[in-house]
Design a protein around this ligand. Structure first.
Ligand code: NAD
Ligand code: ZN
Length: 364
């Protein structure tokens, strides 16, 4: 399966399938990386032991010189300190202007390696090899970044990869919670733009959770295609791209208040999407929007309620920091139906507070 992200001269293909790691040499050549320029693979401590040896062997067989840099798994590695360490490896290995950085891992590796690629010698080649379901979202769209201690993703760039290579075989080792978390962003893409696909996800939930290749390949293809479609229309997030934030205003607040890692990103935004659906009903949309959203999310093993210990005050405070908040009014992505959303920019903060209280009540 292949999709093309249309961005003029920065357009690039996404290849999805089994056994793709073995084709990496041909793919790098196709992406225009010359064999005489060294390649740098960035991976993490969970992914590298499983998939790095095969990837390196395939590249060397093809004639490439390869070095690697392995970071500790986890969000803490998306830092300026780790960024500098990767840069050191790149400089010592003699990467040149025609070299490329290959990101082998989830969103953490992709965001960090992408920022290295965007800034090493003012930008060199970049290829994404996502190994999580969540990374179908992060590997498409060209946002790359590291975190600042005061704010997540604050130091970054828009930098498109030359190619995304999604080898479904690598997903087999993903822990079950990571599978569900990634599927939250997949079904989000259906909820914002494709009703049939959202229902398809619920119908095929068991196959998706079992990582059945046919279902998974289709889900990732549709998820990537919808993201690509939105990004092609609005590469630099001036307007339409905001709809990708469905569930994220509340979700980010849950992550910030609970501490990163208590809820995985997809779990937090699943609760946020349930919240957006509640908000929709409060704003007069049909009650079935909430019921259907919740049933889709729970079928994928995702949470849809907030534990009682989360304080409304703290969550509201966190959302105010999220800058989408002016004079008691905030901007929310609100579903109009399954598969279609509106950007509503004058939602009363008091209504959001009611939604949060209700998310807790539904859970008790
Ligand atoms: P992650 O990269 O931390 O991966 C999750 C965990 O799974 C890690 O412990 C990792 O080591 C492990 N793992 C990865 N692949 C594995 C495999 N195949 N088998 C076994 N274990 C594996 O996190 P993620 O959920 O992929 O991505 C989250 C990150 O993505 C966040 O930093 C977020 O900010 C970023 N993100 C970026 C964008 C964007 O547009 N750039 C969009 C969404 C999320
Ligand atoms: Zn997200």
């Amino acid at each position: 399966r292949s999709i093309r992200v249309e961005l003029g001269e920065r357009s690039y293909p996404i290849h999805i399938g089994s056994g793709l790691l073995a084709e990496i040499g041909e793919r790098c050549a196709e992406a225009g990386f010359p064999v005489r320029s060294p390649l740098l693979i960035v991976s993490d401590s969970e992914v590298a032991p499983r998939y790095l040896p095969a990837l390196e062997a395939a590249l060397r067989d093809y004639g490439y010189t390869v070095v690697h840099h392995i970071i500790a798994a986890g969000e803490a590695s998306k830092s300026l300190a780790v960024y500098e360490e990767v840069m050191t490896t790149a400089i010592q290995a003699g990467l040149d202007r025609r070299s490329a950085v290959l990101a082998l891992g989830g969103g953490v590796v992709g965001d960090l390696a992408g920022f290295v690629a965007a800034t090493y010698m003012r930008g060199i080649g970049f290829l994404q090899i996502p190994t999580t379901i969540l990374a179908h979202d992060s590997s498409v769209g060209g946002k790359v970044a590291v975190n600042h201690p005061l704010a997540k993703n604050m130091i970054g760039a828009f930098y498109q990869p030359s190619m995304v290579l999604y080898d479904l075989d690598t997903l087999a080792s993903l822990p079950a919670r990571q599978v569900s978390s990634g599927l939250a962003e997949v079904v989000k893409h259906g909820l914002i733009l494709d009703k049939d696909f959202a229902y398809w996800c619920r119908e095929h939930a068991a196959e998706l959770l079992a990582l059945q290749p046919e279902a998974l390949g289709y889900a990732l293809e549709r998820g990537c295609a919808i993201k690509a479609q939105v990004v092609s229309t609005d590469e630099r997030e001036q307007g339409l791209r905001a709809i990708l934030n469905l569930g994220h205003t509340i979700g980010h607040a849950i992550e910030a208040v609970g501490g990163y890692g208590v809820f995985l990103h997809g779990e937090a935004i699943a609760i946020g999407m349930a919240g957006s659906a509640l908000l929709a009903v409060k704003l007069g949309r049909d009650k079935s929007i909430y019921d259907e959203t919740v049933s889709m999310l729970t079928s994928l093993g995702l949470p849809v309620t907030l534990p009682a210990e989360y304080s409304e005050d703290e969550l509201m405070e966190a959302m105010m920091h999220d800058k989408k908040f002016k004079e008691g009014r905030m901007t929310f992505i609100v579903p109009d139906d399954i598969g279609t959303v509106s950007i509503v920019d004058d939602v009363q903060a008091s209504l959001v507070r009611e939604v949060i209280a209700q998310l807790k009540k539904e859970g008790s």
